[in-house]
Design a protein around this ligand. Structure first.
Ligand SMILES: Nc1ncnc2c1ncn2[C@@H]1O[C@H](COP(=O)(O)OP(=O)(O)OP(=O)(O)O)[C@@H](O)[C@H]1O
Ligand SMILES: [Mg+2]
Length: 336
Protein backbone atom coordinates (compact mmCIF):
# COMPACT_ATOMS: atom_id res chain seq x y z
CA UNK A 1 0.00 0.00 0.00
CA UNK A 2 1.18 3.49 -0.78
CA UNK A 3 2.14 5.50 2.25
CA UNK A 4 1.15 9.12 2.10
CA UNK A 5 3.77 11.61 3.14
CA UNK A 6 3.04 14.73 5.16
CA UNK A 7 3.60 16.90 2.09
CA UNK A 8 1.29 15.13 -0.31
CA UNK A 9 -1.18 13.21 1.81
CA UNK A 10 -3.98 12.61 -0.68
CA UNK A 11 -2.47 13.36 -4.06
CA UNK A 12 -0.12 10.45 -3.44
CA UNK A 13 -3.04 8.19 -4.37
CA UNK A 14 -2.86 9.61 -7.87
CA UNK A 15 -6.55 10.49 -8.00
CA UNK A 16 -7.40 13.43 -10.26
CA UNK A 17 -6.96 16.54 -8.13
CA UNK A 18 -10.43 17.87 -8.94
CA UNK A 19 -11.97 14.72 -7.50
CA UNK A 20 -9.86 15.01 -4.37
CA UNK A 21 -10.96 18.59 -3.85
CA UNK A 22 -14.69 18.04 -4.45
CA UNK A 23 -16.55 18.09 -1.12
CA UNK A 24 -17.88 14.64 -0.26
CA UNK A 25 -19.96 15.59 2.76
CA UNK A 26 -22.25 18.50 3.60
CA UNK A 27 -19.92 19.84 6.26
CA UNK A 28 -17.21 20.15 3.60
CA UNK A 29 -19.50 22.17 1.34
CA UNK A 30 -18.60 25.69 2.40
CA UNK A 31 -21.11 28.58 2.35
CA UNK A 32 -24.51 28.71 0.60
CA UNK A 33 -26.00 28.18 4.06
CA UNK A 34 -29.61 29.02 3.16
CA UNK A 35 -29.59 26.56 0.27
CA UNK A 36 -28.08 23.82 2.41
CA UNK A 37 -30.66 24.35 5.18
CA UNK A 38 -33.60 24.33 2.79
CA UNK A 39 -32.32 21.33 0.86
CA UNK A 40 -31.58 19.26 3.94
CA UNK A 41 -35.13 19.82 5.20
CA UNK A 42 -36.56 18.68 1.87
CA UNK A 43 -34.31 15.63 1.74
CA UNK A 44 -34.94 14.60 5.34
CA UNK A 45 -38.70 15.03 4.95
CA UNK A 46 -38.73 12.87 1.81
CA UNK A 47 -36.62 10.24 3.53
CA UNK A 48 -38.86 10.18 6.61
CA UNK A 49 -41.97 9.76 4.51
CA UNK A 50 -40.28 7.11 2.42
CA UNK A 51 -41.06 9.11 -0.71
CA UNK A 52 -38.85 10.26 -3.53
CA UNK A 53 -37.79 13.87 -3.31
CA UNK A 54 -39.35 16.50 -5.58
CA UNK A 55 -37.41 17.48 -8.70
CA UNK A 56 -34.73 20.08 -7.96
CA UNK A 57 -33.20 22.82 -10.08
CA UNK A 58 -29.81 24.41 -9.34
CA UNK A 59 -28.80 27.49 -11.25
CA UNK A 60 -25.92 29.95 -11.12
CA UNK A 61 -22.61 30.81 -12.72
CA UNK A 62 -20.08 28.14 -13.71
CA UNK A 63 -17.98 26.70 -10.90
CA UNK A 64 -20.23 27.71 -8.00
CA UNK A 65 -20.97 24.14 -6.91
CA UNK A 66 -24.10 22.87 -8.72
CA UNK A 67 -22.69 19.47 -9.72
CA UNK A 68 -21.17 19.06 -6.26
CA UNK A 69 -24.58 19.73 -4.70
CA UNK A 70 -26.23 17.13 -6.95
CA UNK A 71 -23.74 14.53 -5.69
CA UNK A 72 -24.42 15.51 -2.09
CA UNK A 73 -28.19 15.23 -2.63
CA UNK A 74 -27.76 11.67 -3.93
CA UNK A 75 -25.46 10.85 -1.04
CA UNK A 76 -27.95 12.19 1.49
CA UNK A 77 -30.79 10.16 0.00
CA UNK A 78 -28.63 7.06 -0.32
CA UNK A 79 -29.59 7.14 -4.01
CA UNK A 80 -27.76 6.34 -7.20
CA UNK A 81 -26.88 9.37 -9.32
CA UNK A 82 -27.20 8.93 -13.05
CA UNK A 83 -25.67 11.72 -15.07
CA UNK A 84 -26.64 13.14 -18.42
CA UNK A 85 -26.77 16.57 -20.06
CA UNK A 86 -29.15 18.60 -22.20
CA UNK A 87 -27.11 18.28 -25.42
CA UNK A 88 -26.83 14.48 -24.97
CA UNK A 89 -30.62 14.10 -25.08
CA UNK A 90 -31.11 15.11 -28.66
CA UNK A 91 -33.50 12.46 -29.87
CA UNK A 92 -36.52 10.80 -28.34
CA UNK A 93 -34.58 7.50 -28.21
CA UNK A 94 -31.83 9.15 -26.10
CA UNK A 95 -34.32 10.25 -23.47
CA UNK A 96 -36.31 7.00 -23.58
CA UNK A 97 -33.06 5.08 -23.07
CA UNK A 98 -32.13 7.13 -20.03
CA UNK A 99 -35.60 7.06 -18.45
CA UNK A 100 -36.23 3.34 -18.95
CA UNK A 101 -32.88 2.55 -17.33
CA UNK A 102 -33.83 4.34 -14.12
CA UNK A 103 -34.48 2.32 -10.99
CA UNK A 104 -36.69 3.24 -8.08
CA UNK A 105 -35.26 6.13 -6.08
CA UNK A 106 -32.58 7.05 -8.61
CA UNK A 107 -31.52 10.63 -9.15
CA UNK A 108 -31.22 11.73 -12.75
CA UNK A 109 -28.82 14.64 -12.99
CA UNK A 110 -29.38 16.67 -16.15
CA UNK A 111 -26.59 19.18 -16.59
CA UNK A 112 -27.04 22.14 -18.95
CA UNK A 113 -30.76 21.51 -18.79
CA UNK A 114 -31.44 24.76 -20.69
CA UNK A 115 -30.15 23.01 -23.81
CA UNK A 116 -32.96 20.45 -24.03
CA UNK A 117 -34.92 20.82 -27.23
CA UNK A 118 -38.68 21.45 -27.25
CA UNK A 119 -39.62 17.92 -28.33
CA UNK A 120 -37.59 16.30 -25.53
CA UNK A 121 -38.98 18.79 -23.01
CA UNK A 122 -42.51 17.80 -23.92
CA UNK A 123 -41.77 14.14 -23.32
CA UNK A 124 -40.17 15.08 -20.03
CA UNK A 125 -43.26 16.88 -18.67
CA UNK A 126 -45.43 13.76 -18.09
CA UNK A 127 -42.36 11.85 -16.96
CA UNK A 128 -41.70 14.46 -14.27
CA UNK A 129 -45.35 14.89 -13.29
CA UNK A 130 -46.83 11.43 -13.38
CA UNK A 131 -43.90 9.14 -14.19
CA UNK A 132 -45.24 8.29 -17.61
CA UNK A 133 -43.17 7.90 -20.72
CA UNK A 134 -45.36 8.45 -23.77
CA UNK A 135 -43.92 7.15 -26.99
CA UNK A 136 -45.52 7.52 -30.40
CA UNK A 137 -45.27 4.30 -32.38
CA UNK A 138 -45.74 4.31 -36.16
CA UNK A 139 -46.62 7.13 -38.47
CA UNK A 140 -49.67 8.72 -40.05
CA UNK A 141 -53.21 7.58 -39.25
CA UNK A 142 -51.98 4.29 -37.77
CA UNK A 143 -49.74 5.97 -35.21
CA UNK A 144 -50.40 5.04 -31.57
CA UNK A 145 -49.12 6.38 -28.29
CA UNK A 146 -47.63 3.86 -25.92
CA UNK A 147 -47.56 4.88 -22.30
CA UNK A 148 -44.92 3.27 -20.10
CA UNK A 149 -44.84 3.53 -16.30
CA UNK A 150 -41.55 4.75 -14.91
CA UNK A 151 -40.20 4.06 -11.41
CA UNK A 152 -40.20 6.85 -8.83
CA UNK A 153 -37.21 9.08 -9.53
CA UNK A 154 -35.95 12.61 -8.96
CA UNK A 155 -34.56 14.91 -11.59
CA UNK A 156 -31.85 17.31 -10.49
CA UNK A 157 -31.35 19.91 -13.21
CA UNK A 158 -28.42 22.31 -13.37
CA UNK A 159 -27.91 25.36 -15.54
CA UNK A 160 -25.91 28.53 -15.83
CA UNK A 161 -28.75 30.05 -17.89
CA UNK A 162 -31.96 29.87 -15.88
CA UNK A 163 -33.51 32.52 -18.16
CA UNK A 164 -33.37 30.07 -21.06
CA UNK A 165 -35.46 27.44 -19.28
CA UNK A 166 -39.05 27.47 -20.49
CA UNK A 167 -41.73 28.36 -17.95
CA UNK A 168 -43.49 24.95 -18.25
CA UNK A 169 -40.25 23.08 -17.51
CA UNK A 170 -39.31 25.37 -14.67
CA UNK A 171 -42.73 24.96 -13.06
CA UNK A 172 -42.26 21.20 -12.83
CA UNK A 173 -39.41 21.50 -10.34
CA UNK A 174 -40.51 21.32 -6.72
CA UNK A 175 -37.78 23.77 -5.73
CA UNK A 176 -35.25 25.95 -7.51
CA UNK A 177 -32.03 27.11 -5.90
CA UNK A 178 -29.95 30.00 -7.11
CA UNK A 179 -26.28 29.68 -6.23
CA UNK A 180 -24.68 33.03 -5.72
CA UNK A 181 -21.09 34.20 -5.73
CA UNK A 182 -19.34 33.32 -2.46
CA UNK A 183 -18.29 35.68 0.31
CA UNK A 184 -14.50 36.14 0.49
CA UNK A 185 -14.18 34.37 3.91
CA UNK A 186 -15.95 31.33 2.39
CA UNK A 187 -13.52 31.28 -0.53
CA UNK A 188 -10.69 31.55 1.99
CA UNK A 189 -12.09 28.56 3.84
CA UNK A 190 -12.25 26.61 0.57
CA UNK A 191 -8.64 27.54 -0.22
CA UNK A 192 -7.48 26.47 3.23
CA UNK A 193 -9.39 23.19 2.97
CA UNK A 194 -7.97 22.47 -0.49
CA UNK A 195 -4.45 23.48 0.58
CA UNK A 196 -4.74 21.00 3.48
CA UNK A 197 -5.84 18.21 1.12
CA UNK A 198 -2.93 18.95 -1.22
CA UNK A 199 -0.44 19.23 1.64
CA UNK A 200 0.29 22.84 0.72
CA UNK A 201 1.34 25.45 3.27
CA UNK A 202 0.05 28.97 2.81
CA UNK A 203 0.08 31.83 5.33
CA UNK A 204 -3.32 33.42 6.15
CA UNK A 205 -2.49 36.66 4.28
CA UNK A 206 -1.52 34.58 1.26
CA UNK A 207 -4.80 32.66 1.39
CA UNK A 208 -6.71 35.95 1.75
CA UNK A 209 -4.94 37.39 -1.29
CA UNK A 210 -5.65 34.30 -3.36
CA UNK A 211 -9.30 34.41 -2.22
CA UNK A 212 -9.74 38.02 -3.41
CA UNK A 213 -8.43 37.02 -6.84
CA UNK A 214 -10.73 34.00 -7.11
CA UNK A 215 -13.76 35.76 -8.64
CA UNK A 216 -15.84 34.62 -5.63
CA UNK A 217 -15.94 31.19 -7.29
CA UNK A 218 -14.77 27.90 -5.73
CA UNK A 219 -13.57 26.39 -9.02
CA UNK A 220 -11.41 29.45 -9.72
CA UNK A 221 -10.04 29.33 -6.15
CA UNK A 222 -8.99 25.71 -6.64
CA UNK A 223 -7.52 26.47 -10.05
CA UNK A 224 -5.40 29.34 -8.70
CA UNK A 225 -4.29 27.16 -5.82
CA UNK A 226 -3.11 24.51 -8.27
CA UNK A 227 -1.09 27.11 -10.16
CA UNK A 228 0.37 28.35 -6.87
CA UNK A 229 1.32 24.76 -6.10
CA UNK A 230 3.15 24.53 -9.45
CA UNK A 231 4.98 27.77 -8.74
CA UNK A 232 6.02 26.56 -5.29
CA UNK A 233 7.16 23.22 -6.68
CA UNK A 234 9.35 24.76 -9.36
CA UNK A 235 10.85 27.36 -7.01
CA UNK A 236 11.17 24.94 -4.08
CA UNK A 237 9.02 27.12 -1.84
CA UNK A 238 7.72 25.39 1.29
CA UNK A 239 5.20 27.93 2.45
CA UNK A 240 3.40 30.49 0.31
CA UNK A 241 3.43 34.08 1.56
CA UNK A 242 1.70 37.03 -0.17
CA UNK A 243 4.78 37.63 -2.37
CA UNK A 244 4.57 34.05 -3.70
CA UNK A 245 0.85 34.46 -4.38
CA UNK A 246 1.45 37.79 -6.11
CA UNK A 247 4.11 36.27 -8.36
CA UNK A 248 1.78 33.43 -9.33
CA UNK A 249 -1.05 35.85 -10.11
CA UNK A 250 1.30 38.07 -12.15
CA UNK A 251 2.36 35.07 -14.17
CA UNK A 252 -1.29 34.32 -14.91
CA UNK A 253 -1.97 38.01 -15.67
CA UNK A 254 -4.67 38.05 -13.04
CA UNK A 255 -4.94 41.15 -10.88
CA UNK A 256 -5.78 41.36 -7.18
CA UNK A 257 -9.55 41.49 -7.84
CA UNK A 258 -9.41 38.45 -10.10
CA UNK A 259 -9.70 40.38 -13.36
CA UNK A 260 -8.16 38.67 -16.35
CA UNK A 261 -6.97 40.24 -19.59
CA UNK A 262 -10.40 39.96 -21.22
CA UNK A 263 -12.11 41.65 -18.26
CA UNK A 264 -9.71 44.55 -18.36
CA UNK A 265 -10.02 44.80 -22.12
CA UNK A 266 -13.82 44.92 -21.82
CA UNK A 267 -13.70 47.75 -19.28
CA UNK A 268 -10.96 49.62 -21.13
CA UNK A 269 -12.99 49.38 -24.34
CA UNK A 270 -16.05 50.92 -22.66
CA UNK A 271 -13.89 53.63 -21.11
CA UNK A 272 -11.69 54.45 -24.10
CA UNK A 273 -13.93 53.79 -27.08
CA UNK A 274 -17.33 54.61 -25.65
CA UNK A 275 -16.48 57.31 -23.09
CA UNK A 276 -17.43 55.02 -20.24
CA UNK A 277 -20.79 54.04 -21.77
CA UNK A 278 -23.63 53.47 -22.04
CA UNK A 279 -22.91 51.12 -24.92
CA UNK A 280 -25.21 48.37 -26.17
CA UNK A 281 -23.98 44.83 -25.59
CA UNK A 282 -24.02 43.96 -29.31
CA UNK A 283 -21.84 46.98 -30.12
CA UNK A 284 -19.54 46.15 -27.23
CA UNK A 285 -19.18 42.53 -28.35
CA UNK A 286 -18.41 43.68 -31.90
CA UNK A 287 -15.77 46.12 -30.63
CA UNK A 288 -14.20 43.28 -28.63
CA UNK A 289 -14.46 40.97 -31.62
CA UNK A 290 -16.13 38.50 -29.29
CA UNK A 291 -19.35 36.57 -29.19
CA UNK A 292 -22.23 38.42 -27.54
CA UNK A 293 -23.18 35.30 -25.55
CA UNK A 294 -19.66 35.03 -24.11
CA UNK A 295 -19.69 38.71 -23.16
CA UNK A 296 -23.06 38.36 -21.42
CA UNK A 297 -22.61 34.97 -19.78
CA UNK A 298 -18.93 34.69 -19.08
CA UNK A 299 -17.36 38.15 -18.80
CA UNK A 300 -20.11 40.35 -17.43
CA UNK A 301 -21.59 38.53 -14.40
CA UNK A 302 -18.49 38.87 -12.22
CA UNK A 303 -17.86 42.48 -13.27
CA UNK A 304 -21.47 43.28 -12.43
CA UNK A 305 -21.21 41.49 -9.08
CA UNK A 306 -18.18 43.51 -7.96
CA UNK A 307 -19.74 46.77 -9.15
CA UNK A 308 -17.28 47.51 -11.98
CA UNK A 309 -20.00 47.39 -14.60
CA UNK A 310 -23.63 48.50 -14.65
CA UNK A 311 -26.43 47.40 -16.94
CA UNK A 312 -28.70 50.31 -17.78
CA UNK A 313 -31.62 50.59 -20.19
CA UNK A 314 -29.39 52.30 -22.72
CA UNK A 315 -26.45 49.91 -22.35
CA UNK A 316 -23.39 48.98 -20.31
CA UNK A 317 -21.61 51.56 -18.19
CA UNK A 318 -18.17 51.36 -16.55
CA UNK A 319 -18.51 52.52 -12.93
CA UNK A 320 -16.27 54.84 -10.93
CA UNK A 321 -14.90 51.77 -9.14
CA UNK A 322 -13.76 50.42 -12.52
CA UNK A 323 -12.11 53.73 -13.43
CA UNK A 324 -10.30 53.73 -10.11
CA UNK A 325 -9.25 50.09 -10.32
CA UNK A 326 -7.80 50.54 -13.80
CA UNK A 327 -6.03 53.75 -12.82
CA UNK A 328 -8.10 56.08 -14.97
CA UNK A 329 -8.71 59.59 -13.84
CA UNK A 330 -12.21 59.84 -12.36
CA UNK A 331 -12.47 63.32 -13.85
CA UNK A 332 -12.61 61.57 -17.25
CA UNK A 333 -15.83 59.89 -16.23
CA UNK A 334 -17.42 62.82 -14.46
CA UNK A 335 -16.72 65.16 -17.34
CA UNK A 336 -18.63 63.10 -19.93
N1 LIG B 1 -19.39 25.04 -1.55
C1 LIG B 1 -18.22 24.49 -1.90
N2 LIG B 1 -17.30 24.19 -0.96
C2 LIG B 1 -16.09 23.69 -1.31
N3 LIG B 1 -15.72 23.45 -2.59
C3 LIG B 1 -16.62 23.73 -3.56
C4 LIG B 1 -17.91 24.25 -3.27
N4 LIG B 1 -18.57 24.42 -4.41
C5 LIG B 1 -17.75 24.04 -5.39
N5 LIG B 1 -16.57 23.61 -4.89
C6 LIG B 1 -15.40 23.18 -5.66
O1 LIG B 1 -15.46 23.81 -6.93
C7 LIG B 1 -15.44 22.85 -7.98
C8 LIG B 1 -16.49 23.25 -9.00
O2 LIG B 1 -17.77 22.96 -8.53
P1 LIG B 1 -18.91 22.30 -9.44
O3 LIG B 1 -18.30 21.43 -10.48
O4 LIG B 1 -19.91 21.67 -8.53
O5 LIG B 1 -19.51 23.61 -10.12
P2 LIG B 1 -20.74 23.75 -11.14
O6 LIG B 1 -21.63 24.81 -10.57
O7 LIG B 1 -21.33 22.44 -11.42
O8 LIG B 1 -20.01 24.34 -12.44
P3 LIG B 1 -20.47 24.21 -13.99
O9 LIG B 1 -21.61 25.18 -14.18
O10 LIG B 1 -19.26 24.65 -14.75
O11 LIG B 1 -20.84 22.80 -14.24
C9 LIG B 1 -15.74 21.51 -7.32
O12 LIG B 1 -14.98 20.49 -7.87
C10 LIG B 1 -15.37 21.70 -5.86
O13 LIG B 1 -14.08 21.22 -5.62
MG1 LIG C 1 -21.37 21.31 -13.14
Amino acid sequence: MEKSTAKTPLTAKNEPIDLILRPKAWREYVGQEKIKRHLLIMLEAAKKRGETCDHLLFYGQAGLGKTTLAHLVAEQLGAKLKVTAGPALEKMADLAGVLTNLEKGDILFIDEIHRLNRMIEEVLYPAMESRKLNIVVGKGPGARTLSLDLPAFTIVGATTRANLISAPLRSRFGASFRLDYYETPDIEAIINRSAGLLGLKIVPEGAAMLARASRATPRVANRLLKRLRDYMEVHSIDCADPATVKKTLDLLEIDERGLELHDRLLLETIINKFKGGPVGVATLAAALNDDRGIVEDVYEPYLLSIGFLKRTQSGRVATEAAYEHLGHDLYEKRSV
